[in-house]
Design a protein around this ligand. Sequence first.
Ligand code: DAH
Length: 339
Amino acid sequence: MKEKLEQIRLAALERIAASEALETLNEIRVAYLGKKGELTGVLKGMRDVSAEERPRVGQMVNDTRAVIEEKLEERKARLAKKVREEKLKREVIDVTLPAKKNHVGHKHPNMIALEEVERIFVGMGYEVVEGPEVEYDYYNFEALNIPKGHPARDEQDTFYINDSILLRSQTSPVQVRTMEKGKLPIRMIAPGRVFRSDEVDATHSPSFHQIEGLVIDKNITFADLKGTLEEFARELFGEDTRVKFRPHHFPFTEPSAEVDVSCFKCHGKGCRFCKGSGWIEILGCGMVHPNVLRMCDIDPEEYSGFAFGVGLERIALLKYEIDDMRLLYENDIRFLKQF
Ligand code: DAH
């Protein structure tokens, strides 16, 4: 019996020492210590052992079991450690490898131009406000002195949602919304997206951006309008820029004008850029029409003001000498990166 136990012990320890996987250890445990295992087999043979021998043999079986268990645990711990080490080795991070390039976006030329325009007007004490892109006919037309049937409605091909709601065709409705609030004086600019049912080409898009301007106070005159827009043009296009006010018509201003700046490319001599005229049109403006003031509950006898509307894309195209508006909407990073 003793020899048999010794054999089992040696065989078991040998197999344990040779095992390379946790599953093998499990198999060994079952083979020796399990219900049908070899050691259990020996215990079953105990009934043939004499009563005096039994405690000693029992002790030997227990010792053998204890040794096998101890070695199994030892081996298990060692294998687990090995597995962990191999895993760590496999997962090691090489901090010297070059990092993946993170593609940082780039400011859109529209955005650069807008920030420049905002900087100039905020510097003159203007507030930047916003209005809705889906607008009432009332704000987009009626309150701006453009009643139903007025020919000026045909100048802007408007996207209607229903009879009274539309996609704003200009940022001018923000003038009305600001005046309606009743807080005077007003000095604001309102940048935003506008919509017109235009075909896409080098100078047109169904969706583009404008920056509206509005000043309302006592004793505001056309001289204030001229001084402000001259200063704006010089800051935007350079100190030696000359400005020309051409009489024009807008329903919501009287008198109205369009503003041209001297071509910053040829300084007025005439070139491809200004189509030979030496001048480039940049905005529309005028003194706020008394009808518009009245509709906003402002007394035209007491208050006056001026307004202007600038096309943002137009400014961006001019400033960065881009000759096709479509480039501004494609968002090709190779194009955007150049500004
Ligand atoms: N809303 C005009 C347009 O889209 C631009 C404009 C002209 C705005 C004169 C004004 C202004 O505020 O005074 O064509």
